[in-house]
Ligand binder design. Structure first.
Ligand code: NDP
Ligand code: BG6
Length: 505
């Protein structure tokens, strides 16, 4: 067996209660409850046994109904199968309280927390996970304070708040949310989640770049022609029409997940692995992004909306035919853009970003295309393709380096070959889900994989430049694309205009 070096142990986790605000919603069902069940499955070394999970939302639901909902969610979305004994233990740790929007909702929350803590012998360590739409965040924070539920940072037990992306709807609302949170919570108590940072392959970006000496020498504008980041989703809207129609792909994916991946790909080596140092390095990338200034959105950004089409052999409706979407909606379900990072390392290297719903398959990857070799020797008579490093974020996690090799034979023929690292072949067992990792880190108080407010604001600044132009120019194209295709033609034209093509993940 290969040797393994443990650079940082997981931190110990004290017993606590996790309050999921919005526990009746999609995020709780698809990600949070399955992740918490998986952690329970890992046993003692994950969540301490006394810990409790309290679902809190507006709608009425009996505890039995909540437990059934959680079981259905875990059955459908958990990476581990349901084990009856473990499920029984997990189900007993679940509780549910409705009335989030009632005047006495937070007083009742306080009462219920005290009951749970007394019954289970738990210290009042509390995590408030706000799985709520951005517009409901400030009010929830104020009400937590009003109900006396926020312990000061120096208290012997902790009160932590978890805020989901997108933080805000635009730059202005993001700043307002930050200010409200800062009024009542110390920064050490705040965990801003972007679950892409919890993905194994995204965490591996730093290891790949900074634990291997071979990369640094070519990770710059001398060797790299351009970088592409594609996050493609096969799924459509699901049950999230209301949220998504008010957000769109730029707010939902680019402002957060894609800019995080871009920052990790492009950042300078941080001075240490401490959360603050990594945040500084990432923020510097976002600060160096060339703004998409007035008039540039038409040239540098393509937005699209899916029309009816075929996916996986099935006919699927277009965005405007989805339940809950108005027939005149101009919300984009696809964005492609060309970004520039104006710093010493990346000057002259375009970063092309592309994301969309109802694309042919779920696949996220970073492609780093190297420069061509000079037009001498092998490259003199034919234009040989340049090498490409593909980092597959999901699924089929891994990376491959495409290089040219002589095809065995009596002639001199050259063909591309791949050096391929595949997680499933190289490492035992399935990777933990991003939310497992992040929830455990919140319980342990480890900020390394969470966002700082500066990144949130800077990334909104970049995105706001585009949003403003879309809003100010009603004639700005919203290109249709058939579901099951790789997006509108305009996205191909965007990259072809530079003599390049999209790589298919
Ligand atoms: P849903 O619309 O499915 O659920 C929202 C939840 O919040 C429901 O429990 C709802 O309560 C409650 N809620 C809605 N509006 C209000 C309000 N004005 N005041 C108080 N409570 C309210 O959304 P999601 O679960 O999908 O998303 C929640 C957050 O998580 C969003 O910020 C989203 O961007 C983020 N997120 C979601 C992901 C996902 O995969 N779903 C992934 C990453 C982030 P009730 O139903 O009881 O009325
Ligand atoms: C969420 C977006 O943040 O990420 C969703 O709100 C999207 O619209 C999801 O589907 C994608 O996450 P993943 O982990 O499935 O790539």
């Amino acid at each position: 067996m290969n040797q393994v070096w443990t650079i940082a142990e997981t931190h110990p986790v004290p017993p606590c209660t996790i309050v999921i605000f919005g526990a009746s919603g999609d995020l709780a069902a698809r990600k949070l409850l399955p992740a918490l069940y998986n952690l329970e499955h890992c046993g003692q070394e994950a969540i301490p046994p006394k810990s409790a999970i309290l679902g809190f939302a507006r709608r009425e639901m009996s505890l039995e109904a909540f437990r059934t909902k959680a079981r259905e969610a875990a059955t459908r979305f958990s990476r581990l199968q349901i084990d009856e004994e473990r499920w029984g233990r997990f189900a007993r740790s679940l509780d549910y309280l409705s009335g989030l929007d009632r005047p006495d909702g937070f007083a009742r929350l306080k009462g219920r927390l005290e009951e749970i803590e007394q019954a289970r012998g738990l210290p009042p360590n509390r995590i408030f996970y706000l799985a709520l739409p951005p517009e409901a965040i400030a009010e929830a924070v104020e009400k937590l304070y009003g109900a006396g539920l926020i312990a000061p940072p120096q208290a012997p037990y902790f009160s932590r708040i978890v805020v989901e992306k997108p933080i805000g709807h635009d730059l202005h609302s993001a700043l307002q949310i930050t200010n409200t949170i800062r009024q009542y919570f110390d920064e050490t108590q705040v965990f801003r989640i972007d679950h892409y940072l919890g993905k194994e392959t995204v965490q591996n970006l730093m290891v790949l770049r900074f634990a291997n000496s071979i990369f640094e020498d070519f990770w710059n504008n001398k060797r790299i022609d351009h970088v592409q980041i594609t996050v493609s989703e096969e799924e459509g809207l699901g049950s999230r029409a209301m949220y998504y129609d008010g957000a769109g792909a730029l707010r939902d994916m680019v402002q957060n997940h894609m800019l995080q991946v871009l920052a990790l790909t492009a950042m300078e080596p941080p001075v240490s692995l401490a959360a603050g140092a990594v945040r500084d390095a990432k923020v510097n990338v976002i600060r160096s992004l060339r703004p998409i200034g007035p008039g540039d959105a038409r040239k540098l950004v393509v937005r699209g909306q899916y029309a009816a089409g075929e996916l996986g052999g099935q006919r699927v409706p277009g965005y405007l035919q989805e339940e809950g979407i108005g027939e005149t909606s101009r919300t984009e379900t696809f964005v492609a853009l060309k970004a520039r990072i104006d710093n010493w390392r990346w000057s002259g290297v375009p970063f092309y970003l592309r994301t969309g719903k109802r694309l042919p398959r779920r696949a996220s990857a970073i492609f780093v295309q190297f420069k061509r070799v000079p037009e001498i020797l092998f490259n003199r008579r034919v234009a040989l393709p340049p090498g490409v490093l593909a980092i597959r974020l999901q699924p089929d996690e891994g990376s491959s380096l495409e290089v040219l090799a002589k095809r065995p034979g009596l002639d001199l023929s050259i063909q591309p070959v791949r050096m391929n690292l595949q997680y499933s072949a190289e490492f035992d067992g399935a990777s933990p889900d991003a939310y497992e990792r992040l929830l455990l880190d919140v319980m342990a108080g480890d900020h390394t994989l969470f966002l700082g407010a500066r990144f949130v604001h800077r990334s909104w600044e970049f995105v706001q430049g585009i949003l403003d132009q879309w809003q100010d120019d009603p004639a700005m194209p919203l290109a249709p694309y058939a579901a099951g295709t790789w997006g509108p033609k305009a996205a191909d034209e965007l990259i072809r205009a530079d003599g390049r093509e999209w790589f298919t993940p």
